[in-house]
Write a protein that binds this ligand. Structure first.
Ligand code: FES
Ligand code: FES
Length: 156
């Protein structure tokens, strides 16, 4: 059934009229043209599609658009502040933490959520928090290093 949903995406109020069964990922990519959020497995098992809803990391492929009603959503397009990259984006660049880059938007949003909850995580905490995120290029060591670097660079 079609319904109208309103939410804030990357600081902007957005309204979409659509089938309430559609996934948030579809709506972000197809209706709002926010294609930085990636489609991987479509089953909640790779986290390529991670976005934040009210600061909490979610797999947008298995999250209905209805769940996002009146919520605040952050996608990869909203992470930088104008021309200034987010510290995690800087750290991923500095550590070369990307090969094909397909997993990176989801990794970054997952890491943002982690560092907001736990600004100085141990390596074990980083590994455990990022475990649901798959990287087909197996770039895990550099991704972990980048998250550690961002945590170190961020003032406590
Ligand atoms: S595409 Fe959403 S978890 Fe894989
Ligand atoms: S860099 Fe290719 S999937 Fe992670």
């Amino acid at each position: 059934m079609e319904k109208t949903f309103s939410f804030t995406v990357n600081g902007q109020a957005r309204t979409v009229t659509t089938d309430s069964e559609r996934s948030l990922l579809e709506v972000l990519r197809e209706d709002l043209q926010l294609v930085g959020t990636k489609y991987g497995c479509g089953e909640g098992k790779c986290r390529a599609c991670t976005v934040l809803i009210d600061g909490k990391s979610v797999a947008s492929c298995v999250t209905s658009v209805a769940r996002a009603e009146k919520q605040t959503i952050l996608t990869i397009e909203g992470l930088a502040n104008g021309d200034k990259l987010h510290p995690l984006q800087e750290a991923f660049l500095a550590e070369g933490a990307m090969q094909c880059g397909y997993c990176v938007p989801g990794m970054l949003l997952g890491a943002v959520s982690l560092l907001r909850q736990n600004p100085k995580p141990t390596e074990g905490e980083i590994r455990s928090s990022m475990e649901p995120h798959l990287c087909r290029c197996c770039n895990y060591p550099r991704i972990i290093k980048a998250i550690k670097r961002a945590a170190q660079d961020t003032k406590s």
